[in-house]
Design a protein. Structure first.
Length: 260
């Protein structure tokens, strides 16, 4: 099987298994939760396969960091299949490692001429950290005081990842910059809804979990595809201009005009 076919099969598998898992996430039956032990651990390996089989992926400057983030996401996915405060904190820690990996890759490809605090995404991230961070930390403390610092740190990492995603250097392909920005925003939406459901909205319908999972899978897919699209980089260059011939300088060494 060729690399293109493997990639197509892995992407189709990711979408199909992701749809099933998202539906199971919103089902109230215990059998649905048990079935997720089969579906959820399959997702990140399938997504990593789609990235690794992309033609020219070795040239992507964001390949390694994205693969590390997806591996950390797999660990978090499996941990969060368990219930309880310890599992939630451990899962958040695994996803925090994933965000740190994304930040590593994104900062290595940042717009050096524009500080993060001046980027629009940086300003939004600051507002997110100062606004949602304390609210989620307080909500976590209501459930377990030990969770509060972990949640606050996670919000900081998530916000930083979002800020960096919107400040990529301009010589990267437009597709990479667009997919990465949207993927980071989807991650923020997914985690914000998850934390709200966990700490402040206990009576939320079970199907909210399906929405959380869909947003999460969309985020990981877009971030992965953004890294894959970075395989061909065409730096922006000024168009070359013809060099006008300069007149021969006069002065020493110049020949006087011949007399007629």
């Amino acid at each position: 099987m060729t690399g293109a076919r493997v990639r197509a099969a892995a992407l189709g598998g990711f979408l199909a298994v992701g749809a099933i898992d998202a539906w199971l996430a919103g089902a109230a039956k215990a059998t649905a939760h048990r079935a997720r032990w089969l579906t959820k651990p399959m997702l990140m390996p399938l997504l990593a396969t789609t990235l690794l089989t992309r033609p020219g992926i070795k040239d992507s400057p964001m390949r390694d960091s994205t693969l590390v983030a997806e591996a950390a996401g797999w660990v978090g996915d499996v941990i969060l299949l368990n219930d309880g405060t310890v599992a939630f904190a451990a899962g958040a820690g695994a996803f925090g490692v994933g965000h740190a990996a994304y930040i590593w890759g994104l900062r290595a490809n940042r717009r050096i001429e524009r500080p993060l605090k001046r980027a629009p995404s940086g300003r939004v991230a600051m507002a997110l950290t100062l606004g949602a961070g304390p609210m989620m930390a307080v909500g976590a403390a209501r459930e377990d005081p030990a969770l509060s610092p972990a949640v606050a740190a996670y919000v900081g990492l998530l916000s930083t990842m979002f800020a960096c995603a919107g400040n990529l250097r301009t010589d990267l392909p437009t597709r990479t910059r667009r997919l990465t920005s949207i993927g980071a925003a989807a991650f923020v939406a997914s985690d914000s809804l998850l934390a709200t459901r966990q700490f402040w909205w206990r009576s939320a319908p079970a199907r909210v979990e399906s929405v959380v999972m869909i947003a999460y899978l969309l985020a990981q897919l877009l971030l992965s595809e953004g890294a894959a699209a970075a395989t061909r980089q065409t730096p922006n260059r000024e168009p070359s201009r013809p060099i006008a011939a300069s007149p021969e300088p006069s002065g020493l060494g110049s020949q006087p005009p011949a007399e007629s």
